[in-house]
Design a protein. Structure first.
Length: 303
């Protein structure tokens, strides 16, 4: 059961494993783009390519869907980047339902664990395979794998690494369950912290924050949806940032300086370097390319 690109690595790994996939469950096609063309989820596309039957329930509690899923006679359900399952669904298979989560639970329970970890300048994250229970992301842990985070790694890069790591973790857990050697461990709720879904407010840059905080915000939302600011009333997305100076006290918060192939912005604390930029309605460009066709005024500021 999955939807997003993050789940595709697990589906590929299961397809090549000794375990038999009896069905793939994903979301129904949704209208997308200017023409509102109906598009399949990444998991749906991959399942069709691999030749698996696909179920696309609108409502997970639907008796018709639950009857279909029971008739699959699956030993276990594997959930990756899908939806919150009702007990009437996750309790169907005899071995229960396992979920792959992109954090080291109980840290970062919720919809945006990777983004929240980067926003908080964490130095490590990872994946957790756990047994789904009645409360979201609280079930017993079956396996964890750790990923060290560099100061410049982006959310896109983290998701890529965790997708591969998570796929192998799922296979390991299935093998443990099959051999009856799994050792489920309860989560320590005292160590829990939330990872709520991203809102529009999370994406807007506040230049009164520190250069480090803004850098973490930019990489947390790269390559998408993109942290943004405003310049002359138009939205501007910023990417590929570096903290050029972490300690200097700003004299002119939000002011922009050009230097060779980079731009530098004064923040509430420190100077931030930006090497990639996207104006509203335009393509993302390296700053060097952008500056060939656009020059900031001497008193230019991001809002």
């Amino acid at each position: 059961m999955g939807t997003a690109d993050f789940a595709c690595e697990t589906l590929k790994a299961l397809d090549k494993s000794s375990h038999q996939i009896v069905s793939v469950v994903t979301v129904p096609p949704k209208p997308s783009g200017r023409n509102l063309k109906m598009r399949l989820s990444p998991v749906n596309k991959l399942a069709v390519e691999l030749g698996y039957p696909v179920l696309q329930p609108e409502i997970l509690r639907e008796p018709e869907f639950q009857s279909l899923i029971r008739d699959c006679f699956a030993d276990i359900f594997v959930v990756v980047a899908f939806r919150i399952l009702p007990r009437s669904l996750f309790s169907i298979p005899p071995l229960g339902t396992i979920n792959l989560h992109a954090s080291l639970l109980p840290r970062y329970r919720g919809a945006a664990p990777v983004q929240r970890a980067l926003l908080n300048n964490e130095t490590r994250t990872g994946v957790t395979v756990f047994q789904i229970d009645k409360t979201v992301d609280t079930g017993n842990i079956l396996l964890q794998k750790t990923l060290e985070l560099t100061p410049v790694i982006t959310a896109g890069e983290v998701f890529g690494a965790l997708a591969s790591m998570g796929a192998q973790a799922v296979l390991q857990v299935l093998d443990l369950l099959e051999s009856e050697t799994a050792n489920p461990l309860p989560q320590d709720d005292s160590l829990a912290c939330p990872a709520p879904k991203i809102t529009a407010a999370d994406l807007r840059i506040n230049w009164h924050s520190s250069a480090l905080s803004i850098h973490n915000q930019i990489r947390a939302f790269s390559p998408g949806p993109g942290a943004y600011t405003f310049y002359q009333g138009k939205r501007v997305k910023l990417f590929d940032s570096r903290v050029a100076d972490e300690m200097i006290e700003s004299q002119d918060i939000g002011s922009i300086k050009e230097d060779n192939n980079a731009i530098y912005i004064e923040t509430g604390k420190g100077i931030l370097e930006i090497n990639s930029i996207q104006l509203e309605g335009k393509k993302r460009l390296p700053v060097g390319e952008f500056l060939k066709g656009h020059k900031f005024r001497q008193d230019a500021k991001f809002e």
